[in-house]
Write a protein that binds this ligand. Sequence first.
Ligand SMILES: [Zn+2]
Length: 329
Amino acid sequence: MERNTDTNSSRRQTSGDTYAGYRLRTYRLLRKALVGFILVSIVNVAFSYFFYTPKMYAINRDNRELEIKYDILRDRISAAQRKISEIKHRDNYVYRSLFAVDTISVDGVYAPYPDSKYEELEGDLYTSVMVPAWRSLDDMARRLYLESVSLDELQQLSRNKEQLSTAIPAVWPIDRTRLKSIDHFGWRTHPLYRRTIFHKGIDLGCDVGNVVFATGDAVVESIDTRSSRVGYGRQILLDHGFGYKTRYAHLNKVLVKPGDKVVRGQVIGESGRSGGVTGPHLHYEVLRAGQPVNPINYFDRNMTPEEYIDLMENIRQANLEKFDTANAE
Ligand SMILES: [Zn+2]
């Protein structure tokens, strides 16, 4: 029995030993695995520090592709910007000049957006490429808006084209056969004040009493019937609409009153020598959007280039000769 008990206890002992051994082995195994894992991690980090892993190769490749795609996008944006500039140029120099209207301007349309608009794009790896791209696109959007406004206006003008063609000053304000001299538009030495002054119109030398014509359909904006010794003297200002006005000064007689509607070729006054003059002449001005422009460019819209050159030569000759009807104002 005792033996049996011994045997039993020895068995119990053996099973206790086995359990401890099992735990120890498990512990050692775990320790090995942990050390192994740490070692592998260290090697991996060291390796990836000096060498690219396949994943990093893939990321790098993606990055390069992104950069290439971004370059293509940037080229496309530049190309679109060039196209818009071309449209704008055509708009200003072809379409708008067809209708003889000024270039359009919308207040603040070229003012860039504040930096705060792009704050959300800050602090990113791609900030340096994204922000300029956004700015370019915003700039394009603004310019396209301006062009759309301009085209709307041109559409309106083309509807009124017939009205426009009769309104724009386009004939001589006096009978050309009565013309004795022309003094040109622009900077000149003033015949009366002997100073270099900008001449806002042209002086058509002719006798007192020649009829003066409205050069386009218009409404009489204002008249001045006083005959002073300085300035424009008796004068008429016509409003043709579409941003055009014409002035006829140094008149002998004014035959219209403010608010009158006149048509092209209608007699509105008589040439004279009122105001600051050295001799009888008609001072004729064309104003576009409030600015004086050279009236010569508005005479005879069907004039051939040869006729135009002839006319300019005549003006030059006339100025060289300096008629005794040297004109003022
Ligand atoms: Zn003048």
